[in-house]
Design a protein around this ligand. Structure first.
Ligand code: M6R
Length: 623
């Protein structure tokens, strides 16, 4: 959670940092702050409660000059979201300013100790402990800030990405990470420019950096970096042993992180799904040879051939895609698959063995619970396979092998194209294992490949036919509760549809397997209750028709998602949205799209901020 951006170079830092914060705002928007060292050598800190726009407004008329600075957008964990708790935090002497993403678990004992030594705190945050600790180390060890950061971090338990400014040293910026991401952007012309003219950027991800350079260094856990105006980028571990930085090239373009004519990122990302999924399967689903090419599996063939069990760990929307993955992988490979909430799995004592494959599914690749789950799996000797969208993120780096979604950056907090990307990747994962283990008849396997390749066009059909459901959404704007029902492969879609509605419209919604209704939830149904039923023609169609009858006879209002041309369910429904026919196991890739659009339009009709819903952040890097 929280976004960090930093700059050192020859340009004015303020506009770069504010723009960077806007790009990172999806990570948190409770408060924002910025720190600069101006031309007179003053260490300035400006903070505001609320969004980056509030920070920008509050700095109007203030001194914002300076060619070095750090900035932060916060998703509150310790301490309410107010100005005092916003980052950056000063040290007691106001010589240092620090921003932090993560959680310092032992902050209470550290704070008590520092208070015992006379240090006075101005906030309720765990972060302030860090900056005070660095200052304390500096004073007691009579050392420079870089050394003091090492000493301080050795005493810290928890996760952090930090950036530090030192008033006494306006030509250098210090940063470090453990468990929270941090990237260093290396100025385009650093190699050719004269000493004193090079520049560096830092960011929680690449979005604030890509406009300026595509050359980056991914800082590793427990690494501390010192960058200066003369092109120096020194990286050491916490024991001050020098590390060799690896320069990487970003696979990202600026237009991928902009709205491209859409009102919101979420809407853009919903409409991007056909092309995103096409990119996701390109080079991997080969319809000529009827093969799936996933190097993450083919390079570790023996592991997958002998696997006794697959455990998929994920959170939120990724957990829903994992459930669909389970149904498909079991069907295709006959390997038992379990799906675990990463947040529960990491604190259980699961019975794991080296013949288990643990799959982590995470859009961001940074979710703290999912990362901890795979660390636990590794301790038990399991083979870890990471499915993530963000290249170079912590989860793919911690995995033994894996697959990237390649659906492009997802900025809207509500996950849409990453969900369909994860579902199709898990389907390819199942097919690739089935190919190695020869668990499917050739004819069926070939048909599965051919049908998969048709999905992007079918997604486009859904968008072309149901793109504007804003009128339908208006009918439901004033409802307080929703029920979503599905069976088989569409049960996780019901969960996902309900989650989408909850998170962006703040309407209470529950997803159920349709047949479970009669065991209790049907008591909720009356003429006020909208029931969204996902009922495509295949799978358990007849069964779900009976479930709809049960709802109808209790006067529930039915909105159904049906296969194009369906008559039976359509006649039973108050409202109906059609999707093209596809095989049962691929239906979620189509049926979820109208549900994404429905929640988007209901949220818009309610005047919600769909890209930045309250209390949420895109990347949950805290437990
Ligand atoms: O980045 P991840 O896929 O690991 O994130 C997991 C969840 O936090 C995420 O899916 C969340 O539920 C989304 N807001 C759903 O739209």
């Amino acid at each position: 959670m929280c976004g960090i951006v930093g700059y050192i170079g020859t340009r004015q830092a303020y506009p770069i940092l504010i723009k960077g914060l806007h790009r990172l705002e999806y990570r948190g928007y409770d408060s924002a702050g910025i720190s600069l060292i101006n031309e007179s050598g003053d260490l300035l800190v400006y903070k505001a409660k609320g969004k980056v726009s509030a920070l920008k407004a509050s700095t109007e008329g203030c001194d914002t000059h300076g060619t070095i600075g750090i900035a932060h957008t916060r998703w509150a964990t310790h301490g309410e979201p107010n100005q005092a708790n916003a980052h950056p935090h000063y040290s007691q002497s106001h010589m240092l300013a620090l921003v932090h993403n993560g959680i310092i678990e032992n902050y209470k004992s550290l704070r008590a100790e520092l208070e015992h030594h006379g240090m006075i705190f101005c906030s309720d945050t765990d972060t302030e402990v860090l900056v005070q600790l660095v200052e304390y180390m500096q004073t007691t060890h009579q050392c420079d800030t870089y050394t003091a950061v090492h000493l301080a971090l050795k005493n810290v338990v928890g996760a952090y990405a930090i950036a530090v400014l030192d008033k006494r040293n306006p030509g250098q910026l210090i940063a470090a990470r453990k468990g929270s991401p941090l990237i260093i952007g290396v100025g385009k012309d650093n190699e050719t420019c004269p000493a004193g003219e090079s520049e560096f950027f830092i960011g929680s991800d690449a979005t604030p950096i890509i406009e300026f350079t595509d050359k980056v260094i991914y800082l590793k856990d427990e690494e501390v970096v010192m960058i200066n105006r003369h092109g120096k980028c020194a990286i050491t571990n916490l024991d001050s042993v020098s590390q060799t930085p690896q320069l990487c090239t970003l696979q990202l373009s600026l237009d991928q992180i902009e709205k491209g004519g859409f009102d919101h990122f979420m809407l853009k990302e919903i409409f991007e799904q056909p092309s995103a999924i096409r990119t996701c399967i390109r080079g991997r689903v080969n319809t000529q040879e009827h093969r799936v090419l996933l190097s993450g599996i083919q390079d570790h063939c023996a592991q997958f051939k002998s696997a006794k069990r697959i455990i998929i760990c994920a959170c939120g929307t990724s957990w829903h895609s994992a459930l669909i993955g389970k149904y498909f992988i079991e069907e295709a490979t006959q390997i038992p698959v379990e799906v675990e909430y990463a947040s529960e799995f990491r604190y259980r004592n699961p019975a794991l063995s080296p013949s288990d494959i643990v799959v982590a599914v995470s859009q961001s690749g940074e979710t703290a619970d999912t990362l901890a789950a795979i660390q636990l799996a590794k301790e038990h000797g399991c083979f870890v396979y990471g499915i993530s969208n963000v290249i170079g993120a912590s989860i793919p780096r911690a995995s033994d092998s894996g697959t990237y979604l390649h659906v492009g950056p997802e900025i809207g907090v509500a996950s849409t194209k990453a969900f369909t990307g994860q579902v199709i990747t898990l389907i390819m994962f199942g097919l690739a294992i089935a190919q190695e283990r020869k668990t499917l008849p050739t004819e069926l396997f070939n048909q599965l490949i051919d049908d998969l390749a048709l999905i992007p066009d079918k997604m486009q059909w859904v968008l072309d036919h149901t793109g504007d459901i804003s009128q339908l959404a208006k009918i439901f704007t004033y409802c307080h509760n929703f029920i979503y029902l599905g069976r088989g492969y569409n049960y996780p879609v019901a969960l996902e549809g309900a989650l989408k509605l909850k998170e962006i419209s703040y309407i209470h919604a529950e997803g159920y397997p349709a047949a479970e209704m009669k065991h209790g939830p049907i008591a909720l149904v009356d003429e006020e209750m909208p029931v969204v039923v996902i009922a495509p023609k295949r799978g358990m169609y007849d069964k779900i028709v009976s479930n709809i009858q049960e709802i109808k006879s209790r006067k529930g209002r039915i909105l159904s998602i049906v296969t194009e041309g369906d008559v039976t369910v359509k006649e039973m429904s108050d409202f109906c949205i059609e999707v093209p026919d596809t095989r049962d196991s691929y239906a979620p890739l189509l049926t979820v799209i109208p549900l994404q659009l429905l929640s988007y339009h209901i949220a818009i009709a309610k005047g919600r901020n769909v890209d930045q819903p309250r209390n949420l952040a895109k990347s949950v890097t805290v437990e």
